[in-house]
Every structure is written in C-alpha cells, then in structure tokens.
Design a protein around this ligand. Structure first.
Ligand code: NAD
Length: 418
C-alpha cells in the first residue's frame, strides 16, 4: 500500500477504518477490502502544436472486481497522482455498493492542465492515454467516465480510440459520451441534479423552506453549475459561486441566466458585473442554508469547519471534507452533511443506465432516466438517514457503512479471487 501514499488516500483509509471498527471487521479482512486490486501507470508522450514532445503521466486504478466490472471517472488536472486516484477509486466502490450498482470502483487521470492545451493537443493526450489502457478497460472490464477536466468530447475520443482498436464501435467502453454516439439523455446533468435533489431532501428533513433558502457553490463546473440551476428551480437563491480563478458574491441572489451567458463567453465566473469579488475562503463561511463544495478534495478542514455558517453541506465533489473537519462538524451537530458517496452518486447511476442502454442498443427517454435516477437516490437517502438515526451516527458514517458492508459480504460469498 506504500505506493499509494497520499493525503487523500490516507483520508479514504481513515474513513474506512472508522467503519471497519464499527463493524468489528477482522484485521485481515480490512487489508483485503482496502487494497486496490490493480493499478496501471503509463507514460503519455504527445506531439505538441509547436513540434516539441511532452510526456505526461497517466494512471488508472481498479479497486475491486467482486461485484462486476469497475467504473469511475478520468480526471485531467496538473496535481493528479497515483494515491489520489486510488482514493477516488475506493470511494467509487463504496458509492456503487451504496446505490446498488453492479460495479467495483475505479478512477483514472492524467497529470495535465487541460486549460493550457489546444483542442488538438487534448485529443492527442486522450487518444494516447486510451491506447495505453487498451487491455485494461472494456465494457465488461472497466468503464471510464468524465470527471474534473474531462467532458463528453474526451469520452468520444476514448470511445473512438478503443473502437478503432477493436475494429467495430464499442459504445459501452465509456459513459458520459455525447448522445449522438450512444450517450444517455440526462447524463451530463445527472450529478448536479442529484446533488440538488438530495439537498432538497435534506432541507425537508430539517424543515427548511426552499423559497427562503440560499446556497453557495464552490466550483462552477459540470457538477456545480447544474446543481446551482437545479437549486434555483427549487426556489433557492444562489448568493455566491467560485471557480479556479476566484469567487463572486451577491447577497440578493445571482441572476443565473446572465451568469451562464457570462461563463459561456469568458470561461470564468470572475468579473461578472452583477456581483462583487470575495476571497474563496471567505465564500465558504458565508451564512447560507446549503453549501455545495463541487471542486476539489480537502476544502472543508479543521481550519474552517468550526466557522461554517450553513445548515447543509451537499458534497458535489469527492472528498471535500477531511476527517478532522468531520469530527468538528459532528461535535457541532448543527450542520447536516450529505456525504459525497451519496450526494454526487447521480453521475454514476446515470452512467450505469448509459452502459445498460449501450449493451442493449435500446435507448430511454430523458423522463425515464430521471425518474429511475431519483428513485435510486431516494432509496439510498432513506436507507442512509434511517441508519444514521438508528445508530446515532453521521450520514457519512452511515453511507460508508452501507457501502462497505455490501462489498465485504460479497467478498465473503465469493472468496479471495476478485
Ligand atoms: P469540472 O472540471 O467540470 O469543474 C470543476 C470546477 O471546479 C471548475 O469550475 C474549476 O474552475 C473549479 N475549481 C477547480 N479548483 C478550484 C478551487 N481551488 N476553488 C474553486 N473552484 C475550483 O469538474 P466536475 O465534473 O464538475 O467535477 C467537480 C467535482 O465533482 C470533482 O470532485 C469530481 O470528482 C466530482 N464528481 C463529478 C462527477 C461528474 O459526473 N462529472 C460525478 C461525481 C463527482
């Protein structure tokens, strides 16, 4: 496990150990469940537009194979490392088990800043990375999807590269593709809509009225922007949003239509005229009802957890809250955290629907997709809330307990091999 050493992997392991203690899991079983099944590290040499060659590092980690093929996103970010990818793969395992999907967790990534590459360079990075993964991915083996820094176009290039190698179209090798080549209606919006749906359920639980509620969104990307739009449709006001370039604030509520046009044109929220700039750290501790971290890991820490002034943290991102911050929030008892493996599960649930549709070459309406999505999220939310209340534990501990227990039981049924 030494090769996975990384603050985010340590964090995933700490969370796991808390649950293992509660379940009185024997030490030998802990290693069996925790250790990623396999990992691939590849060099991705790419011809740049100026004629030079750059070599990027690429990763793919498959956490366990007990319940079916593995599933998980591909991240393009300059700080991507093996240990971070392994932690994200482990969380995917618990997330898929919590929502009842027939998958183990996986994750991949390339250490690259996609904003600094031309479209041609990005395409060559993606195709070469995919080429290096041939044999390691496939519709019955491991099915990538978009994550931070990747999108439908990335998935289209991955699917095409894999298909060229196979000699025929293999749409089921990735999810989050454009609808025109086997993608699912509703996939792009699924994670953000799921976040908003679950934030709404948490507000019901606390007796908060959407019409009087406010939200703050960290990370105005795929997940954050769709969550914001969906929360507005529920009646909330979005008072602050941020991206990698900075944060903006308007206590009267941002005009989301105008903001979307601004972001489409300038590719950042910064400079939006109907708001004032605010430091990112100050934005996180604004008084609001719902705080949606939808960017990176480890944003809510021991340093700011005591200062949060929200009622609900809806974790759009993976791993935004450190275990130290969790302990502080549990102690406070006045902030309901909807944990990442539940809150952002909408993405992988609709990815599962996309995979099923691709395997059957039979496609569903958007209404059908959304209806099935919300039914699964509702079931997972109700089970998590019930366990959290019954055992008087946090929603995170409850969700992780449900997910980890299911994988543990499946491993006991099957044996050591997968
Ligand atoms: P994205 O690349 O579309 O958007 C990420 C956003 O975060 C961008 O606006 C970026 O500028 C912003 N950002 C980056 N660093 C920041 C910082 N330090 N402060 C504030 N903003 C910052 O990515 P995404 O797909 O929306 O993913 C966001 C998070 O959601 C990730 O943690 C990802 O793992 C998680 N997630 C995504 C999906 C999905 O379906 N895309 C599913 C589940 C979980």
């Amino acid at each position: 496990m030494e090769i996975y050493r990384h603050p985010v992997f340590d964090m995933a392991c700490q969370q796991f150990e808390l649950v293992a203690d509660r379940l009185h899991m024997p030490v030998a079983d802990r290693a069996w469940l925790k250790a990623p099944k396999r990992a691939l590290v590849v060099a991705v040499p790419v011809r740049m537009d100026d004629g030079s060659t750059q070599v990027f590092s690429g990763f793919r980690v498959q956490h366990h194979l007990t319940l079916g093929p593995t599933k998980g996103g591909v991240r393009y970010h300059p700080d991507v490392q093996l240990g971070e990818v392994a932690a994200l793969a482990m969380w995917m395992s618990w997330k898929c088990a919590l929502t009842g999907l027939p998958y183990g967790g996986a994750k991949g990534g390339v250490a690259v800043d996609p904003r600094k590459l031309s479209r041609g360079e990005l395409e060559r990075v993606t195709r070469r990375y995919t080429q290096e993964l041939i044999g390691f991915i496939g519709p019955q083996l491991d099915i990538p999807a978009p994550d931070m820094g990747t999108n439908e176009q990335t998935m289209a290039w991955m699917m095409d590269t894999y298909s060229v190698h196979a000699g025929h179209s293999v749409p089921g090798v990735v999810t989050g593709k454009p609808v025109g080549i086997g993608g699912s209606l509703g996939r792009r919006e699924a994670t953000g809509r799921g976040v908003a749906y679950l934030a709404g359920r948490a507000m019901d639980t606390l007796g908060l009225e959407a019409a009087n509620a406010t939200a703050v969104i960290q990370g105005y990307g795929n997940v954050g922007a769709v969550a914001a739009q969906s929360l507005v449709r529920q009646g909330l006001k979005i008072i602050a949003v941020s991206d990698v370039n900075g944060a903006i604030f308007n206590p009267r509520g941002l005009d989301m239509r105008a903001l979307d046009s601004w972001v489409t044109e300038r590719r950042t929220v910064v400079g939006f005229p109907e708001a004032e700039p605010i430091p990112g750290e100050a934005m996180l501790i604004l008084p609001c009802d719902v705080l949606v971290p939808a960017a990176l890991e480890r944003q809510i820490t021991a340093a700011n957890a005591g200062k949060l002034r929200c009622r609900i943290v809806a974790e759009g991102a993976n791993g935004p809250t450190t275990p130290e911050a969790d302990a502080i929030l549990n102690e406070r008892g006045d902030v309901l955290v909807i944990p990442d493996i539940l809150c952002n599960a909408g993405g992988v649930v609709v990815s599962y629907f996309e995979w099923v549709q691709d395997l059957q070459s039979f496609f569903w309406s958007e209404g059908e997709v959304m209806d099935k999505l919300f039914r699964i999220l509702e079931g997972s939310f109700v089970q998590t809330l019930a366990l959290s209340r019954k055992e008087n534990i946090s929603m995170r501990l409850a969700a992780l307990t449900l997910g980890i227990k299911r994988v543990w039981e499946a491993k006991q049924m099957r044996g050591l091999f997968p």
